[in-house]
Design a protein around this ligand. Sequence first.
Ligand SMILES: [Fe+2]
Length: 144
Amino acid sequence: MIGHELIVWNDELVTGVDKIDEQHRILVNSINDANARLSANSSAEILEQISRDLLSYALYHFETEEELMQEFNYAGSNADESEAHLRQHREFSSKVVAVRDGIKAGNLISREELLTFLNGWLINHILKTDKRLGAFIVAKSHAG
Ligand SMILES: [Fe+2]
């Protein structure tokens, strides 16, 4: 399913933390929308707009997750995991910034390449890293 296909939301993507899941659904929808709006040779303008919108929502979403990490002292219990999680957020942001800089400089990324990157990153990150964070928060919330 990873590639330029639409992402179909399914239970495997649920982290168990409502706030996170809600934002993940929005991210999945935005990527699917981008998929529908992009054509094989989209203009720089469209690519620019899509990458800007995605980046701003992704940054907002990362902030939400990182606030939750703070609130539940993720770093205190899982230092390595917390660090790796933050690193993945930074890497994603800088990759999108690099793509945007490229577009501005006239190096258009192909639709295929952009969607493969976005879908792959999102699914991979949610299925692994975010689910571990979700399980941690759910366990901590239940422990009171
Ligand atoms: Fe995350």
